[in-house]
Design a protein around this ligand. Structure first.
Ligand code: PRP
Ligand code: URA
Length: 210
């Protein structure tokens, strides 16, 4: 498994505004989208391409195009939905599947309540979107879901991660072709399983309390 933690002042600047508890939902949503587009640039570094012949106004040449089967983007509902537009802006030909997961806030175990994915993911490159990697339970379950359907190559894009959760994902995905791209690796988890300093509950900050 590979891990990439962003190191760019624009990302840190946007993260600082995102973390601020006084940042209201419309700004939070816009910043989430912008951050994902920046992280997607790194996350798609190994996207599969194939040679294509084209003609410029000057001459014939060979370029590259994203190859088939198209990459599959999988936002984890609900908070991951806030990352979808930022990702497909960069990879508009990607297809999109959905996984709905909610963490039981007492046991911290993930529960899968919705799934809309192709049955066969053999040979598909998959990009999982979830803003928060806290205990890692939700991300491990999501990646395992995709691997069980045949995916061999999974990249997860997360805005914030906790060291405890990242270690759990690394242990569960040892030896697998899995990459985690993080906007920042924070200090720790608190006693409620929240990332510190973090940004609070990402789903609530995007969409309000339910
Ligand atoms: C949040 C977040 C992750 C999960 C992370 O979702 O978006 O999916 O918690 O926690 P973990 O690493 O400990 O599993 P939540 O369960 O709050 O659902 P929501 O997106 O509907 O708000
Ligand atoms: N889920 C969130 O939305 N935030 C956290 O800090 C942890 C889990």
């Amino acid at each position: 498994m590979r891990v990439h933690v962003a190191d760019h002042p624009l990302i840190t600047h946007k993260l600082t505004v995102l973390r601020d508890k006084n940042t209201a939902a419309p700004t939070f949503r816009a910043l989430t989208e912008e951050l994902v587009t920046l992280l997607a640039y790194e996350a798609t570094r190994s996207v599969r391409v194939e040679a294509v012949d084209i003609e410029t106004p000057v001459t014939k040449t060979t370029g590259v195009a994203i190859s088939s089967p198209k990459p599959l983007v999988v936002p984890i509902l609900r908070a991951g939905l806030g990352m979808l537009e930022g990702m497909v802006k960069l990879v508009p030909t990607a297809e999109v599947g959905f996984l709905g997961m909610v963490r039981n806030e007492e046991t911290l175990q993930p529960d899968t309540y919705a799934e809309r994915l192709p049955d066969d993911l053999s040979n598909r490159q998959c990009f999982v979107l979830d803003p928060m990697l806290a205990t890692g339970g939700s991300l491990i379950a999501a990646i395992q879901y995709l691997l069980d359907r045949g995916a061999t190559d999974v990249t997860a894009v997360c805005i914030l991660g906790a060291p405890e959760g990242l270690a759990a994902v690394e242990k569960a995905m040892e030896g697998r072709d899995v990459t985690i791209v993080l906007g920042a690796l924070d200090e720790r988890l608190n006693e409620h399983g929240y990332i510190v300093p973090g940004l609070g509950d990402a789903g609530d900050r995007l969409y309000g309390l339910v």
